[in-house]
Design a protein around this ligand. Structure first.
Ligand SMILES: Cc1ncc(COP(=O)(O)O)c(C=O)c1O
Length: 417
């Protein structure tokens, strides 16, 4: 049994008068305004979240807090299962909503648990042979890189790591740095659309063109851009695009998304075999046959896609950039701060990474948490040691100002004992 759209919308109820009763009501309420600095509008948006007023959450890059409307959709689904009337998954609605927001063909969307699982589905599902080379970069997250390390080790293939410039100055510089490592043995190129390390946007469209010319399979770890940048996943030209809607799309934890170019719907080997794995008429939907699973997170995903759509991806991107811009401008004025995120706006979005001269980022993280309940991310991977801050629609300029004041103090006086 599957729940239809009308049924879904009617169960997404509000807990108090402050909360709109449905996505449609919310969309109506948020129709007007929403300029990047329209604080009245964004404070109404903040009210849709459960983040406590005294919490400064600057780590959306790891996990996005779900708005109440998403939490309610998940809870309602769980309740119905417990009542023995599981609503099922509204697959058609889910795919249509994903395509409406992110572009692409609705039939190309698959819903694993996260980017890590999606990348494993891809790495395991294409044929990698001894002698093949997979190219990636020194700014990949383990979730995007380890599947390739495993499969190349297992198949007797090799893995080549391109070194990216920091901070990057142009898309051409980034494209050339990656492409310099591509050889006739390259079978797969896998890069992040936006690096988790410095929030740098890679020129995926340009790389897709180069890959197509050379017959290289192009896989994009898109954990970050969906929900942060307005985009068209179909127009990017990748063979596979994986993301984690529990980040910038604000879905429930454990909600993934994989977009397959049509040329792979019948060609990719399923990693998990269940009924219909070899029924090619199912196309990419074969990869949604995963056995009994937590369908509530998919109910939540549908609500989060609707939420983002109601807010409007263009307004969201502008607000995210505005807040990151305030943060970055302030950081650039503090003595002793080195910023690893590029200067050019086209090369970044909602994350900024930096280090304070003489200050260990992990100690800074503890300090910010202790004195102001700020949640941050330290990029300890590869020994980089940056502090990364992310901004999203629930953040406010006053939070940014507060954090900048604290950082300025640390840069000048160090961390108090
Ligand atoms: C670029 C990138 N890829 C992959 C992942 C892994 O995401 P998940 O844990 O949702 O699979 C992350 C998580 O932070 C990430 O930043």
């Amino acid at each position: 049994m599957t729940m239809d759209r009308r049924g879904f919308l009617s169960v997404v109820g509000g807990a108090s008068l402050a909360w709109p009763r449905s996505i449609e009501a919310l969309a109506r309420e948020l129709q007007e305004g929403g300029a990047q600095d329209d604080e009245a509008f964004w404070s109404l948006v903040r009210q849709q979240f459960l983040v406590p007023a005294d919490r400064i959450y600057l780590n959306n890059g790891t996990l996005g807090p779900s708005p109440r409307i998403v939490v309610d959709a998940v809870a309602e689904h769980v309740r119905r299962v417990a009542q023995t009337y599981p609503p099922g998954v509204a697959w058609m609605d889910l795919k249509a909503a994903a395509a409406h927001l992110l572009g692409g063909d609705p039939a190309g969307f698959v819903f694993p648990r996260n980017t890590t699982e999606a990348m494993n589905f891809v790495a395991n599902g294409i044929e990698i042979s001894p002698g093949d080379d997979v190219v990636s970069t020194d700014h990949e997250h383990i979730g995007g890189l380890e599947p390739w390390r495993l499969i190349t080790s297992r198949r007797g293939a090799s893995l080549t790591i391109a070194s990216l410039p920091v901070p990057a100055r142009s898309s051409d510089e980034l494209a050339d740095a990656v492409w310099a490592t591509v050889t006739p043995a390259t079978r797969v190129l896998c890069v992040s659309h936006m690096t988790f390390t410095t929030g740098t946007v890679l020129p995926v469209r340009e790389l897709a063109d180069r890959c197509r010319e050379r017959g290289v399979i192009f896989v994009v770890d898109g954990a970050h851009p969906p929900g942060m940048l307005s985009m068209d996943v179909g127009a990017l030209g990748a063979d596979f695009y994986a993301t984690s809607p529990h980040k910038w799309l604000l879905a429930a934890q454990g909600t993934g998304l994989l977009y397959l170019d049509e040329s792979w719907w019948e060609r990719l080997w399923p990693t998990l075999a269940s009924g219909g794995w070899d029924d090619l008429s199912l196309g990419a939907h074969r990869f949604n046959h995963l056995g009994t699973m937590d369908e509530s997170r998919l109910a939540g995903l549908l609500a989060s896609l609707d939420f983002v759509q109601a807010l409007d991806p263009h307004r969201i991107e502008a607000r995210i950039r505005h807040l990151r811009g305030l943060l970055e401008a302030g950081l650039r004025e503090i003595p002793g701060i080195a910023i690893a995120t590029p200067v050019a706006e086209v090369l970044k979005g909602g994350m900024v990474s930096f280090a304070i001269d003489g200050v260990e980022s992990a100690a800074l993280q503890r300090h910010l948490s202790r004195v102001a309940n700020v949640r941050t991310r330290v990029i300890g991977e590869y020994g980089y040691g940056w502090m990364r801050l992310s901004t999203h629609v629930y953040n406010a300029p006053s939070e940014i100002e507060h954090v900048l004041t604290l950082l300025d103090d640390v840069a000048r006086n160090g961390i108090p004992a």
